[in-house]
Unconditional design. Structure first.
Length: 180
């Protein structure tokens, strides 16, 4: 997993720091958390491809966390983004996304799926779980967590040679006695 801080400056960008944005790369997933103004440029500077972004998680709809969305989506569209871009955000995200597209003229729209999240698990694959939790702010705001699933590497060849007990959880118990 790679975590790339694209912007950490909060509301006003500085010469060195962009508005909010974090890119999490995990195998084929590229999860962008918030998309402040200038995020697509930060992605380009970092060498990350816009078309590789698979999900965008919006913490809240204050401008400094979303002003980069129209530009990013326009560039993804121009670059021939073919997947469905999945956007997750707090209550109101569908309305805000709809309004965003009313303000600008896009030559071509990419497929976008907007999901409004309350709390708890909202995505899971073989490797990780995405969860949301409401945060205190003056607008609906979510904090996100990416939780990697437990993985244990077992040398099966060696275990089979030394183990005289059946496979499955007994092996785990032998290796990790604290497992009940
Ligand atoms: Zn805010």
């Amino acid at each position: 997993m790679q975590i790339l801080f694209l912007g950490t400056s909060s509301m006003v960008p500085t010469k060195e720091r962009n508005q909010s944005g974090v890119l999490i790369s995990y195998k084929n997933e590229r999860i962008l958390v918030d998309c402040g103004e200038g995020t697509q440029r930060q992605l380009k500077i970092s060498g990350a491809k816009l078309t590789k972004v698979t999900k965008i998680l919006i913490s809240h709809w204050h401008g400094d966390h979303v002003l980069g969305l129209p530009g990013l989506i326009q560039s993804m569209s121009a670059a021939g983004y073919e997947k469905t871009l999945r956007i997750y955000g707090p209550k109101g995200s569908k309305k805000f996304m709809r309004k965003l597209f009313e303000v600008f003229v896009f030559d071509r729209r990419i497929k976008i799926e907007v999901n409004e999240i309350k709390r708890g698990k909202f995505f899971e694959n073989d490797d990780f779980i995405l969860e949301a939790e409401p945060l205190k702010h003056n607008v609906e705001t979510l904090g996100y967590s990416l939780r990697e699933k437990d993985k244990r590497k077992i040398n099966l060849k060696y275990i089979k040679k030394i183990a005289s007990f059946p496979s499955g959880r007994y092996w785990m118990k032998r290796i990790r006695p604290e497992i009940k």
